[in-house]
Design a protein around this ligand. Structure first.
Ligand code: MG
Length: 283
């Protein structure tokens, strides 16, 4: 099932999106996707409304906790990032590929929805970049989750654009400041149950102003979804509604020579089959 958080007649509501992506059936008694992640019974017998008649919000407009993110989780991206000179986590090509997952976070307030503007942080950064990522949404919480049981804890998936200020990421060594600015986590357009995305055959694509920049399979992840959940939950209790952005593939702006940073007016689109296409622009 595909779920959307929408604004309709001045209210924020949650609904189930039809197969064609043309209408949304509003849920009775649920206005927060986190209730669905916690297992609330879904009663999709409410009003059916054309998607064109609502404003799509991020599926989770304000996550309960920081979004957990994985750095350098595709081999070719790890190489391009380290070669770019912006990677403070590696000394050179020899240690470009991480031997354990690199985890950082973005604050919940960095989330924006489909169609909303990524605001250029004028005076703070001059090197804005995009990162298309599959994000895992945790359903059942847990700590010390064994590898073989990790997928039982996945509620489903969405798309996150891990927008990054490369100059700030490089300057401050730790990535939080460069990745957590206001509007730096476009999310959506929908969140979908785990059965809608095939991690073996599925993939993610990203276009900037219509030009295909990223195109990768999830099977190319260095640390797969089970490994990420087992690693994080080893010492941190995962909770329903936790979101883990799994990392971006090769093709980000700093991978080009010279780098192709985002500019005001640029349109960034990212797509995962089963989820849909997330589109945002820079303003
Ligand atoms: Mg990223």
């Amino acid at each position: 099932m595909r779920f959307a958080t929408v604004e309709y007649k001045g209210k924020v509501l949650v609904g189930v999106v039809d197969k064609a992506g043309e209408s949304v059936t509003l849920l009775k008694g649920i206005t927060d996707m986190n209730d669905v992640f916690r297992g609330a019974k879904v009663d999709a017998s409410g009003e059916k409304v054309a998607l064109s008649a609502v404003t799509l919000k991020a599926p989770v407009p304000l996550p309960l906790r920081n979004i957990m993110c994985v750095g350098k989780n595709y081999i070719e991206h790890a190489k391009e990032f380290t070669a770019s000179g912006f990677d403070s986590s590696a000394s050179g090509a020899a240690d470009a590929i991480p031997t354990a997952p690199i985890i950082f976070t973005k604050v919940p307030q960095s989330v924006i929805g489909p169609g909303e503007a990524i605001l250029y942080p004028i005076g703070v950064s001059e090197q804005l970049d995009y990162e298309a990522e599959l994000a895992v949404i945790i359903g059942k919480g847990g700590k010390g989750i064994p590898l073989a049981k990790t997928m039982d804890h996945v509620w489903g998936y969405t798309i996150v654009n891990d927008v990054t200020a490369r100059d700030i990421q490089g300057k401050h060594k730790q990535w939080f400041l460069g990745k957590s600015m206001d509007t730096f986590a476009p999310m959506g357009p929908f969140c979908v149950t785990a059965d809608e995305v095939d991690l073996k055959t599925g993939g993610i694509k990203c276009w900037v102003n219509g030009e295909l920049r990223q195109d990768a399979k999830f099977s190319d992840l260095i640390f797969d979804v089970p490994t990420l959940i087992a690693t994080i939950s080893a010492g941190i209790t995962l909770m329903p509604g936790d979101i883990i952005a799994t990392g971006t593939p090769v093709g980000v702006g700093i991978g080009f020579k010279p780098p192709r940073f985002l500019k005001k007016g640029d349109k960034i689109e990212m797509e995962v089959a089963g989820i849909g296409r997330l589109s945002n622009h820079v303003a």
